[in-house]
Design a binder for this molecule. Structure first.
Ligand code: ATP
Length: 647
């Protein structure tokens, strides 16, 4: 119930719809019992006419017709009101579903790397779909049915008491039992439903990871193992679903049983009253019939209590799971220290005695370094030495544990996050491309400033629908960026050029093409600071040097952090650092570091050796091919075909 209170702001946005809807439910609940009242009048009238008892007045044919018409009209009114209820309450629930989904998405978008490093995409998808539907059912159909049950009880007991308080009290005996059973089973249902939803999340995450990693699964030919694992997760789901069903079934059955019991009481006790065996409590046949008919009408609401309890329990458990998302807060956000007067940055970066710990493990130790605006810093070092996290500190994907990172001499924690991130573009090691055209992928980082922050907790009825998003990528910038990233000529060879769709629905790019698309995306943004995190590892050295010389032209005035393992990548940087176990162990220009004769010089020596060996191997291969070709020259001296030489 505690978690449900957080749903109130959304219900409040539609309070008028719920209020009018509830009134209509009560109207329909009253109208639907009127035929029983008219039946009583007719029966008592008819019995009066037949037995000439002075206590009963008798009835005319006209009155019978009038009562019958009244009964029909009541049913029509009740039906009409039901339509109105659906229009009000079910519509409101759909609108709330929209609002919650919108707010959840906006909230999730505001969470940081820390949250997404731990969350599983499949689980999030399940919460945004399955759990949200359960919440919608609770506030729509669930609340409608709940008010309908309350209305039925109020109206029915009004009739019961007006007909015979003794008979009503006799029927009421079974109610404490009903409430007890409901309470007990509702708790069981809630716990078991949460278990089902958790397993649903595990299954969704498993499926999502398998489909995203389909290439790995196929590459390792482990489909059978994955199918078996999925099967066992699926069996666990059915086990939990059946455990839920085992409590849902008895709920319905016990409600039926208790209802039957109430009926037996009415028949026996009411019959005795008609026969005059209960002194001081006469009951006419018509009254008895009305009592039985109204009780009969109560059967369905009574039975649906089980279903409603179920729906409310599911809905509130699901709302709890959505609330977990709403409760998650980004670790890194603008706060009291933020100086909103900062609107842009120039690009000088300084690490001042920076240390960083992750879960007790120190990944950066006392790093101090200043990179003047417009310069290129080359960063190299063994894997896991802290190169990526150094870049992450600049964009504040993580914050320092101690020390300070400054941009333009200002602590990055004082620069508004939006300003900082708009001015820094990162090309990560594993680029992510969207299922969209190449042009849109390259232009992805543009035009962001035109979007206002999304308002939350606003009724869909009051917020205007956003205009259709018909942005067209700025093709001049896209082309120029693709040219610098060394991708333009390849894109032009694709069937639809820049309009070629990538990903699930379109072509698959090679690793090097993906990296260069991500690079073009960053370049198109014309950032003040560019972080290239091993961004050309899948590109051959020749293409890489072409890209680097193109980049040098556009990087005038931009600060670049160039992370890489190849000396050929780093050699033109203004300053190079070598990281090892979170510390800078060497620094200087390419020439300085070679002269130092340390790690960097060793890296250069190894890479030269590898290069020499490679060209030696290629030379040997060519020599072998020529020897082979020469041995095949025919004695007549007939020249070889060129294909043969190539082969
Ligand atoms: N979010 C995180 N949580 C915990 N540890 C992390 C996190 N991010 C990085 N690390 C740890 O920090 C250390 C440095 O990681 P980093 O990614 O900076 O290495 P790197 O030098 O870029 O390596 P590579 O060349 O392989 O990319 C590693 O030991 C890594 O496991």
């Amino acid at each position: 119930m505690n978690t449900l209170s957080t749903l109130w702001p959304y219900l409040k946005l539609h309070q008028r719809q719920f209020f009018l809807g509830t009134l209509a439910v009560f109207g329909a609940g009253t109208a639907v019992t009127l035929p029983a009242y008219f039946t009583r009048l007719i029966i008592d009238g008819l019995t009066g006419a037949a037995d000439t008892n002075p206590a009963t007045a008798g009835i005319t044919a006209g009155q019978v017709a009038l009562y019958a018409l009244g009964a029909v009209l009541s049913v029509v009114v009740s039906g009409g009101l039901m339509v109105l209820v659906r229009r009000l309450i079910v519509y409101a629930s759909r609108q709330i579903e929209y609002e919650v989904r919108r707010d959840l998405f906006a909230h999730l978008s505001g969470l940081d790397k820390h949250y997404f490093d731990r969350a599983r995409t499949g689980d999030l998808m399940n919460r945004l779909t399955g759990d949200l539907s359960a919440v919608r059912e609770m506030i729509g159909f669930g609340s409608w049915q709940l008010s309908s049950v309350v209305a039925s009880f109020v109206v029915s007991f009004f009739w019961f008491f007006s007909l015979s308080w003794r008979l009503t009290l006799a029927v009421l005996v079974v109610f404490p039992v009903i409430i007890g059973v409901l309470f007990m089973l509702a708790r069981l249902i809630s716990a078991r439903y949460v278990a089902v939803q958790e397993q649903n999340s595990v299954i969704s995450a498993k499926a999502q990871e398998n489909f995203s990693g389909a290439r790995v699964v196929k590459g390792y030919a482990i489909e059978d193992r994955e199918i078996t694992e999925y099967k066992s997760l699926n069996s666990e789901l059915i086990k939990r679903a059946l455990r839920l069903t085992t409590v849902e079934g008895p709920l319905q059955a016990s409600m039926s049983l208790l209802m039957g019991l109430a009926y037996v009481i009415v028949l026996i006790y009411g019959g005795r009253m008609i026969l005059g065996l209960v002194p001081g409590s006469p009951l006419t046949l018509g009254q008895f019939t009305q009592f039985a008919l109204v009780l009969d009408r109560l059967a369905w609401p009574m039975l649906s209590i089980g279903m409603i309890t179920n729906m409310l329990q599911r809905g509130s458990a699901s709302w709890g799971r959505l609330q977990d998302i709403f409760n998650a807060q980004p670790y890194i956000k603008d706060d009291g220290r933020t100086d909103s007067s900062i609107k842009s940055v120039l690009g000088e970066i300084e690490f001042d005695h920076v240390s960083l710990n992750f879960d007790g493990q120190q990944v950066l130790k006392d790093v101090s370094l200043k990179i003047p605006a417009g310069q290129t810093l080359g960063i190299t070092g063994p894997t896991g030495s802290g190169k990526t996290v150094l870049g992450n500190l600049v964009t504040r994907l993580v914050d320092v544990s101690s020390g300070t990172v400054r941009v333009d001499g200002v602590d990055v924690r004082r620069i508004p996050l939006r300003v900082l991130r708009e001015n820094v573009a990162v090309v990560p090691q594993e680029p992510f491309l969207f299922s969209d055209t190449i042009a849109s992928n390259v232009a992805f980082g543009l035009d962001n400033a035109n979007y206002a922050p999304i308002p939350t907790r606003i009724s869909v009825l009051k917020s205007k629908a956003p205009p259709p998003d018909d942005r067209q990528p700025d093709m001049n910038r896209v082309r120029a960026a693709a040219e610098i990233a060394g991708l333009a000529s390849e894109i032009e060879r694709f069937p639809q050029g820049y309009d070629t769709t990538l990903g699930e629905r379109g072509v698959t790019l090679s690793g090097g093409q993906r990296q260069r698309t991500a690079l073009a995306r960053a370049v198109a943004r014309e950032p003040r600071i560019l972080v290239l995190d091993d961004a050309m590892s899948a590109v051959d050295t020749e293409t890489e040097s072409r890209i680097l010389s193109g980049l040098r032209q556009v990087q005038q005035g931009r600060t670049v952090l160039l992370i890489g393992h190849r000396v050929s990548t780093l050699r033109h940087a203004d300053h190079i650092i070598v990281m090892e176990r979170g510390q800078i162990v060497e620094q200087g220009s390419h020439e300085d570091l070679l002269a130092l004769g340390g790690h960097y010089a060793e890296l250069d020596r190894q890479q030269r050796l590898e290069g020499d060996l490679k060209s030696e191997d290629e030379g040997k291969l060519t020599r072998d091919a020529l020897t082979e070709a020469a041995s095949q020259i025919k004695p007549s001296g007939e020249p070889l075909s060129t294909e043969k030489v190539k082969a």
